[in-house]
Design a protein around this ligand. Sequence first.
Ligand code: MN
Length: 731
Amino acid sequence: MFQSLDFSHERDLTVDDVLRRVESYYPDADFELMRKAYDLAEKSHINQKRSSGEEYIIHPLNVAATLVKLRMDADSIMAGFLHDVVEDCDVTPQEIEREINPSVAGIVVGLTKISKINFKTREEGQAENFRKMVVAMAKDIRVVIVKLADRMHNMRTLQYVSDTKQKKIARETLDIYVPLASRLGINSVKSELEDLCLRFLHPDIYYRLAEKVAMKKSDRDFYIGDTIEVIREKLLDHGMKSEIKGRPKHFYSIYKKMTARDMDFDQIHDILAFRVIVNNITECYKALGIIHSAFTPIPGRFKDYIAIPKVNGYQSLHSMVIGPQAERIEIQIRTDEMDEVAETGVAAHWKYKEGIHSGLTKLDWVEQLLEFNQNVPNNSEFMDVVKNDLDMGGVFIFTPTGDVFELRHGATPLDFAFAVHTEVGSRCVGAKVNGKMVPLRYSLRSGDTVEVLTSKNQTPSKDWLNIVKSPRAKTKIKQYLLKIERDAHKEAGKDILEKVFRTYDTSLKNLEKTGELNKAYQAMNCSNVDEMFINIGSGKSSIEHVIKAVPSLKKKFQEVEVDAEELAKIDQYSQKVSQAARRKSHRDNAVIVDGLDDIVVRIAKCCNPIPGDPIVGYITRGRGITVHTSKCTRMEQGEMTRTVFVEWNPDFSFKHPVNIRVVTHDKPGILSALSKTINSIGVNIRSALAKSLPDRKGSFIFEVEVKDYSELLKTTAAIESREEVISVDRV
Ligand code: MN
């Protein structure tokens, strides 16, 4: 927002200037070594020129100066001097290691690696770049900070390169380096990079904004000075000393506002921001109170990043008020320390060498990202995760016990459940927001308290993918579905092979004993027997393939005549199952049986599953497929090999009858009261049965029509909320 640190290109900068600045905050630095590093850089870049025509060494000097402004440690600054020597000159990392130290050499090697990344515009390529950046960061976060300083200076001097190159580098900066700076909390670098990107990507807009902001500058300066005085006096009245700064917001944030609200510059009034620095947290809140009583605050615009810091560590109070001239102004209130963290982010850790001494060259979230990198096979998925991780404007959600989670905008209770824990997400059947049942698609708002309802019978389903917004939740659900699919294919493959082997008068068990099964999967290039089952079940490998891979069967296949009809039947079955992999039809069925279109589906009476219940299909003789809940006891009596993978059809809307039993304290008019409760939430009652129980209790069985499990939950929750009710059960 503010540009307190100025990173402008300094064309007359010398090593003495840089070292003097280091001395001001780090008097004990090894200046001799730093000078040696600079000398090595100067010697190596001799006779090289920048596109601007200047001596090359001015670039490393400016990079080092930026690192000094960020108060980075001596190794980072030396790496700033030397960052281009391995790539552009004939200096080896070993030489840097010998002449300077291994840590500087390590940073320079990391930077050289990043510079070799060929940034592509395609998203897949970009993901790959990000992976590499993450790997570089995980080793030593200073690599990325030096890289940001490098990019900062290159952007500062971008006018000297060709138009095409300008656009390409600016685009890359906006896509990769701005989010990184933001995630690392280095707001000063982030804001300036954004403005520079705007300047080269949309010069027309940039210069128009610059002109507008410059116009009426003296008026505005007057206004800013006045406002600062008013605030300062109000605070002084309450015995509080403060430091206050005011200035226009940076261009890119005005530009974003214009595009977000689809407005022209003249219509954007809130372009001024004031920062109030006070001594401690108590004073922050006190100052807020004073400012809110002096100026009218705009509702909904107050944000408390002190109580709930941003993930990058940013802390401040933000509010929007109507200023002295009826203009909207933004107010940020924070302590000195918070201000330092806001400007330099993660770099603040290196102040006075704390970073190195506390071993802080790695960050938790980078490690997490790296771990995630290993678990996500697909590049664009990884990209989603990274982008989500870098995109910090989210909503704050509370657990019933007061823990806070930050989720992206539009996140649903299901996203929240997966954010809490994969287990909680996988078993989620519904959610209460601020005490009320909500649909899973409900869009959460900051401050919501969410209670996740779980059932141990629940499992993730395909339509959840259309509900969740967070890439993490999506990945977890996909992983689960993939596993289910593999399991189904494995079972089908096993089933098919058992049948095939039977026609050869043998069995899986027999072939396992003779060791031929092991030979078979090896011959088929599978890493284990399960993979062979999966390949058969999914149709990837043919049955003939397996037979030829089992020596004793191969012989029989050639010598003995097998029942051709039986084999054909099996083949047909296997084809049907293998089609199961992808095809999806039957929009007019409540349940989808993968691949098998011409099949009759019946809902089992014994357990009466409704959408949302985890289900299993059971192949019955001549009656198609019966769908049971996966926990149905009748189901377990059947042969497991006869099950098929089925799922609820998300496009099918139908009212399902369900029986619920309600036990209540006996009270006149209770049946009518219960009926009213059920009808009031829009659920239809088909029939009701009442019975009195001993101890002045009553039992009622309602047959209600619900769309799915969450509607059923809503119904039972509504009944439960009546004080006469003792228990509610699905029967
Ligand atoms: Mn460079």
